[in-house]
Design a protein around this ligand. Sequence first.
Ligand SMILES: Nc1ncnc2c1ncn2[C@@H]1O[C@H](COP(=O)(O)OP(=O)(O)OP(=O)(O)O)[C@@H](O)[C@H]1O
Ligand SMILES: [Mg+2]
Length: 418
Amino acid sequence: MESVQATKQRFGIIGNDATLNRAIEKAIQVAPTDISVLVTGESGVGKESIPKIIHQLSHRKHGKYIAVNCGAIPEGTIDSELFGHEKGAFTGATQTRNGYFEVADGGTIFLDEVGELPLTTQVRLLRVLENGEFIKVGSSKVQKTNVRIVAATNTNMFEAIEKEKFREDLYYRLSTVDIHLPALRKRKEDIHLLFRKFASDFALKYKMPTIRLTEDAVALLLKYRWSGNIRQLRNVAEQISVLEQNRNITIETLRHYLPDVGQNLPAVINNSKSKSDFSNEREILYKVLFDMKSDLNDLKKLTMELMENGNNKDVQKNNEGLIQKIYREEEDAMDKDDMKVLSIPQKSTHEVDIIEKTNDKYHFVEDIEEEETLSLHDKELELIKKSLERHNGKRKLAAAELGISERTLYRKIKQFDL
Ligand SMILES: Nc1ncnc2c1ncn2[C@@H]1O[C@H](COP(=O)(O)OP(=O)(O)OP(=O)(O)O)[C@@H](O)[C@H]1O
Ligand SMILES: [Mg+2]
């Protein structure tokens, strides 16, 4: 039997953590059998290497290995993808098609994100697992296949079962053996090791000297939560390797690449908190946008009424709730200290007067839209400026933080003349 060390080398797995070693050992032990395996663990912990190990170390290694991301296939086509369909089974089915279970006969299928499978597909899958039988979509002929299944999930399957989104019988059938991969933050000793490995790989790739972390930067690396696990660590190592001229990375530099690490921004929501982060700001901006949209819809409704019926007492009375909602809510919000930074500028009561006094309904609507557009621009400008400051003008990082492409950011910089 291949040793854990040799397997790690063969599959490029870095780390000496005992739970990681145990997971690999389990994969090696279970590989020669046909037992179904469920690989669990947070996103980015390296689940995808386990089914590869199992397939390669099994008697099926010369057979096909098919990896299917169940979360990425639309519900309407997944049965046909997995089990195939007959010609004419549905509109567009011009040919008979063999599904993965037929193609991978004698091999292994890796069902990634298995928790995302629709319930109807789960029934079909259970049948294959139990007796190797399946039926093509639109057919009545039972077919046989000999496929080994390894599945993976990063979601809580017990919760899914409780919410009746996943069949309990299928869960137990899939997880005859459960291989759990630990989160990176629980593998403290591997964090720096992995970082050094990635740093050296990227130094080679980009033909630059290897980056090195100062002692306090290493301490931060170990303390950080790494919610994106090894995938996130790898991305951070790559970004720093490409962007930093000084190859000695201090804690201050590292901080810029780790979301949610104490950036001193002005308190946005709650004055009692001295720190806030960018995602907070963005969430608030979204909220403001949604509120604006809702207001705009209300205003459209009101405008239609005014256009159809004119500005009379009845219209005002019928829409009292709407008028209250649009104007009073904002006044209330402005009273609250803690929404000062990003709340919509207060509209003066003269705008309510406009509804009562003016006959020019269009003018009223334009006023509001213009004001909203302006405040939106200000906020966007402010967010871009802050992000660029935080990243010392580095557009790539700012764009990543803002969730836009570098090109879009470049356009905005030109547009706002930054
Ligand atoms: N121990 C490791 N050594 C080296 N690289 C690793 C290790 N574990 C994971 N990686 C790398 O981290 C990245 C993420 O791994 P992988 O795609 O397997 O995550 P995952 O657990 O399937 O995540 P998700 O649930 O989001 O699909 C890959 O680029 C993989 O090569
Ligand atoms: Mg994956």
